[in-house]
Design a protein around this ligand. Structure first.
Ligand code: NAD
Length: 334
């Protein structure tokens, strides 16, 4: 059983546990919570995240890190006001590589964190996903849609783990009095994504920086709605500090085809690279767009960062990570 020592806290204020805090989204969440003056305990086993994502936070007095598996029992001796459960492989490549770990993070990990929240009387936030809607038959997706998910397909380890996690969250809310909420995150992008994580934006950018081609699955007519990480974190914290139970969709309703997205990344990085087309993976959703009426009305939230601005920050971050120059086309456009 893992346990964490003193966090070196100096603020004496509110304290949040962020599981998956060394990942792409988690590291931004930790950063924003520290900015707000909270103490942050980051729990991560670096399965798909990296110490580099939180290196700059280690010198912060209010920040501490515990390296452990969220799916194993964990003791946190300090009082917690908030538990944010983000730990899980999140890209299709990652959950194909770690199917059982993904199921465990969504099931055992969620139960562990709900019990911790219950013991502390803490507010609990589950990072769920638009994958709970599967390959949707309603468009755009509203929170009251139950989804169209293949329970035995290659994506089921992730989709069903998150659906279990949602059910567990509601059970602890209804029957154990935990002040719990569910956030359904739609595709999010930004700095600190891994160039090889298989998600569309970092994959296109990394290929463009390497001279191409950009690899598109199917004919590229499938749609996605891309939310910049700063907007996502803003929505997540508004939900955390609200009294809503959720689920609440947090995503950008600006929908585009994958082909359009590739064209825009090509224009911003390297207009000479070619596009190539490969077969689409099974159960890949054909359409995806959040209905964010609930977040707009109840949280006063909506995304504000335009795609071009978010892409520029992501291109710079990936170029830096890959040790290649930031493309001149982007510099000219900025
Ligand atoms: P990520 O892979 O960058 O981050 C996940 C983090 O969880 C990593 O640091 C990883 O090491 C850690 N982790 C995984 N299993 C763990 C375990 N058993 N114990 C401890 N730590 C573990 O992915 P991300 O994009 O930052 O996603 C974060 C969360 O948001 C995930 O729960 C994901 O399902 C959800 N989400 C993300 C998106 C998106 O577009 N990024 C969309 C929907 C949902």
């Amino acid at each position: 059983m893992a346990s964490c020592g003193d966090s070196g806290s100096t603020t004496g204020g509110r304290r949040a546990l962020v599981t998956g805090g060394a990942g792409f989204l988690g590291s931004h969440v930790c950063e924003r919570l520290l900015d707000l003056g909270l103490d942050v305990l980051c729990l991560d086993n670096f399965l798909t995240g990296s110490p580099a994502n939180i290196e700059h936070l280690l010198a912060h007095d209010g920040f501490a890190m515990i390296r452990t598996d969220v799916s194993a029992p964990v003791v946190v001796p300090e009082r917690l006001d908030y538990v944010l459960h983000l730990a899980s492989p999140a890209s299709p490549l990652d959950y194909a590589r770690f199917p059982v770990e993904t199921l465990e993070a969504g099931s055992l990990g969620t139960l562990n964190m709900l019990r911790l929240a219950e013991a502390n009387g803490a507010r609990f936030l589950l990072a769920s996903t638009s994958e709970a809607y599967g390959d949707p038959q309603q468009h755009p997706q509203r929170e009251d849609y139950w989804g169209h998910v293949n329970p035995v397909g290659p994506r089921s380890t992730y989709d069903e783990a998150k659906r279990f996690a949602e059910a567990a969250t509601m059970a602890y809310r209804r029957h154990h009095g935990v002040d719990a909420t569910i956030m359904r995150i739609f595709n999010t992008y930004g700095p600190r994504m891994r160039p090889d994580d298989g998600r569309a934006i970092p994959s296109f950018i990394a290929r463009a920086l390497a001279g191409g081609p950009l690899v598109i699955t199917g004919d590229g007519s499938q749609t996605r709605s891309m939310c910049y990480v700063d907007d996502l974190v803003d929505g997540a914290l508004r939900l955390l500090f609200s009294t809503l139970s959720g689920p609440v969709n947090i995503g950008n309703p600006e929908e585009m085809t994958i082909l359009e997205l590739a064209e825009r990344i090509r224009a911003a990085t390297n207009p000479t690279v070619e596009l190539s087309f490969v077969e689409r993976p099974p159960d890949d959703p054909s359409i995806r767009r959040p209905d964010i009426t609930l977040a707009r009305e109840q949280l006063g939230w909506e995304p504000v960062v335009p795609l071009e601005v978010g892409l520029q920050a992501t291109i710079t971050s990936l170029a830096d990570r890959l040790g290649v120059p930031v493309p001149a086309t982007y510099e000219a456009a900025s």
